[in-house]
Design a protein around this ligand. Structure first.
Ligand code: ADP
Ligand code: 3PG
Ligand code: MG
Length: 394
């Protein structure tokens, strides 16, 4: 059992460095589409405020290359100012004299949100000197960022090696909810994968095959697999570097007798005709780009879901933010919601889609993690959780 914030005593006046995952889905104009991850982080933040700690919050947002104004956490600071019963400050730096001064001027129970940690390349490089600079500003490290607990970064992993530490309430809740699904998956167990983060998630598929009975692959993820199966995909998104890997996955699935189900029709546009009406096609040729799964695929996937006793879903099945391409995602959300299966959905965008479609209450488990949830299901643990101290047994 990992140490949790509840096990930390005498927090009054202590500087707690709290890592959360505020990587919320946003539209192209930077508008927040879903605030689940912010809301789910509040219990730990509020608890630390009540304990009169000085709460220094860190998060990433997106995958910026250096500073990008649209990836600033400032809009989230404004939201926290409305939601928290205390003074909330914002720092446009993560390290340096100015931040140190800001922390010194905090009263007990105040909150300081630091700017996007990924504006520094040291974050993803897990740079120890960067982590040491951050660690020197605080007394205790609390990790509540389940969504990014599969990444060994400076503020998710290195800080735990440098400081006394604990997990937060969200991390604790996610671990206890997901561990049942890992230890005793109800069978048949169907995994639905979509989304755009192909290079990161494709590597998990091989392991997921071992624990599941069938894998339904849609969204942008599907086209790398369709190419690997010998189909033309027009100009749809393909991760060229992973086509060979996808082919290996298909071969392994066959040898294990596990089913991988790929889309058989698609909702497409012709390249360069973004404003035009989309059309359904079974073949993807020339300049066609697939943005959603088509009606036959929806039926095929829904039938698989009907037979399942447990369903895990991560990654929208199309570009669901655009009303022309949301049907596949929304219909699959409905199929899962209507099924008798124990249903788990994870991922910033997938959860946002489920809420948008109105099925939030019909899912058994809504996880804040996308890649993290898949990895947790696959291996029963995550590096940023493993690195946290064990609870002292009395
Ligand atoms: P999650 O946040 O649930 O883990 P991802 O971040 O991997 O999911 O993927 C979400 C994104 O995938 C959404 O922005 C959605 O528009 C995009 N997407 C899904 N299918 C397609 C597609 N066929 N073409 C383009 N984008 C897609
Ligand atoms: C997520 O949205 O899955 C997490 O915040 C992790 O983001 P990342 O895939 O960019 O590391
Ligand atoms: Mg996402």
């Amino acid at each position: 059992m990992k140490r949790t914030v509840r096990d930390l005593v005498n927090l009054e006046g202590k500087v707690v460095l709290l890592r959360v995952d505020f990587n919320v889905p946003m539209d192209e104009g930077g508008k927040i589409l879903d605030s689940t991850r912010i809301m789910q982080s509040l219990p730990t933040i509020k608890y630390l405020i009540e304990q009169k700690a000085k709460v220094v919050i860190m998060s990433h947002l997106g995958r910026p290359k250096g500073f990008e104004i649209r990836k600033s956490l400032w809009p989230i600071a404004l939201i926290l100012m409305r939601l928290l019963p205390t003074t909330v400050f914002f720092s446009n730096k993560v390290v340096g004299k100015e931040v140190e001064e800001q922390i010194k001027s905090m009263d007990n129970g105040d909150v300081l949100l630091l700017e996007n940690v990924r504006f520094y390349q040291e974050e993803a490089n897990c740079d120890m000197n960067f982590a040491k600079k951050i660690a020197s500003m605080g007394d205790i490290f609390v990790n509540d960022a389940f969504g990014v607990a599969h990444r060994e970064h400076a503020t998710t992993y290195a800080l735990a090696r440098l400081m006394p530490n604990a997990i937060g309430f969200l991390m604790e809740k996610e671990i206890s909810a997901l561990s049942g699904a890992v230890e005793n998956p109800k069978k048949p167990f169907v995994v639905v994968i979509g989304g755009t983060k192909v290079s990161g998630k494709i590597k998990l598929i091989l392991k997921l095959l071992q624990v599941s009975d069938a894998l339904l692959i849609g969204g942008a993820m599907a086209y790398t697999f369709l190419v690997a199966s010998g189909y033309a995909v027009g100009r749809s998104f393909v991760d060229d570097q992973n086509v060979d890997y996808a082919r290996d996955v298909l071969t392994v699935a066959e040898s294990l007798g596990k089913r991988i189900v790929l889309p058989v029709d698609h909702v497409c546009l012709k390249e360069g005709s973004k404003k035009r009406k989309p059309f359904v096609s079974e073949e993807l040729v020339d300049d066609m780009i697939a943005y959603d799964i088509g009606p036959k695929t929806i039926k095929l996937f829904s039938e698989e879901i009907k037979k399942a006793k447990q369903v895990l879903w991560n990654g929208p099945l199309g570009k669901y933010e655009d009303s022309r391409f949301c049907e596949g995602t929304f219909d699959i959300a409905k199929a899962i919601a209507d099924s008798n299966a124990y249903s788990i959905v994870g991922g910033g965008d997938s959860v946002s889609a489920v809420k948008k479609a109105g099925y939030e209450d019909k899912f058994d488990l809504i996880s804040t993690g996308g890649g993290a949830t898949l990895k947790y299901i696959e291996q029963g643990s995550l590096p940023c959780i493993d690195v946290i101290q064990e609870k002292i047994k009395l």
